[in-house]
Design a protein around this ligand. Structure first.
Ligand SMILES: Cc1cc2nc3c(=O)[nH]c(=O)nc-3n(C[C@H](O)[C@H](O)[C@H](O)COP(=O)(O)O)c2cc1C
Length: 272
């Protein structure tokens, strides 16, 4: 991150904005301490004369704010969130490359702790059926383990264990007709990161982007359960050391039309 000292008017806006205190004034010009800077770009976003820039990022990506292009009406946003559904019925239509990239773009611009930008996007299309086979096998093994463990009396675990064994049997008969893992979605986006919340936040924004593109998605907790401690799946997906898989979202065109939103529990709010 740098400041063009020719342009800098020494207004101090970047200094006020830099929460880690990496910028100071020197002869009425802002200078950045590279060792402290976390490359968050707030100095770029706030500078009134556009004097801050970076060699590390593509500066052509920076967009000037305009109310028309950047604002969303809050009622519309809330309705959009309320109308989103987990999709388990997909058409055969492939998802266009541009749409997948736009979804990942929504993930890329989501905030990360300490601006680490440590999120890895694993886009599975051609190898979905292999991944499904591996996952269902892993769930079967987990199910067997839970049911044979006499110490484990948790009814929820047992319910899932039985469901996974049934999934495995049905999968053997017809893996496509009985796909209750990815529901025959044409794309599966797996998100790994160093820190879980970074993957989760990016995934949430990506789901909204998918919806806005006319697509549908569903987070697969079954997949996450199956790949936890499963080296085979990690190797298959080429997840590098230091990252863990935190979310898995199916993507495709919905083969269902919803006519209204759904009800939900009242919020649990503690006022202190
Ligand atoms: C973290 C997470 C994991 C989920 N895992 C699965 C899953 O493995 N299989 C499935 O059919 N649905 C799964 N779902 C979808 C939930 O069942 C769904 O979000 C919930 O029933 C509410 O429906 P809605 O998403 O349409 O509002 C998951 C959702 C979340 C947020």
């Amino acid at each position: 991150m740098k400041i063009d000292t020719e342009k800098c008017i020494g207004c101090g806006e970047c200094i006020k904005e830099c929460f880690i205190g990496a910028i100071k004034l020197n002869d009425d010009k802002a200078i950045i301490d590279k060792r402290r800077c976390i490359l968050c770009g707030h100095c770029i976003a706030v500078c009134p004369i556009n004097a801050a820039y970076s060699d590390e990022y593509d500066m052509n990506e920076v967009k000037e704010y305009s109310e028309k292009d950047f604002n969303i009406d809050s009622e519309t946003l809330l309705n959009f969130i309320k109308f989103r559904r987990s999709i388990r019925r997909f058409t055969d239509k492939e998802v266009e490359e541009e749409k997948l990239l736009k979804i990942i773009e929504a993930g890329r611009f989501t905030q990360t702790a300490g601006n680490q930008q440590d999120v890895l996007y694993i886009l599975v299309r051609k190898k979905i059926s292999t991944l499904r086979d591996m996952t269902i096998k892993s769930l079967k093994n987990l199910g067997d383990k839970i049911l044979s463990d006499s110490q484990n009396s948790n009814p929820i675990f047992k319910k899932y264990a039985k469901m996974w064994l049934k999934m495995y049997e049905d999968h053997k008969i017809d893996p496509v007709a009985n796909d209750r893992l990815f529901f025959n979605a044409p794309a599966v986006l797996i998100v790994a990161a160093g820190i879980q919340v970074n993957a989760d936040l990016a995934s949430s924004n990506m789901e909204l982007m998918a919806d806005s593109l006319g697509l549908g998605s569903m987070f697969s907790g079954f997949f996450i359960r199956a790949c936890t401690d499963n080296k085979e799946i990690y190797d298959f997906l080429k997840v590098p050391e230091g990252k863990m898989i935190y979310t898995c979202m199916t993507l495709g065109y919905p083969d269902v039309k919803y006519l209204r939103t759904v009800p939900r529990k009242k919020p649990n709010i503690l006022n202190m």
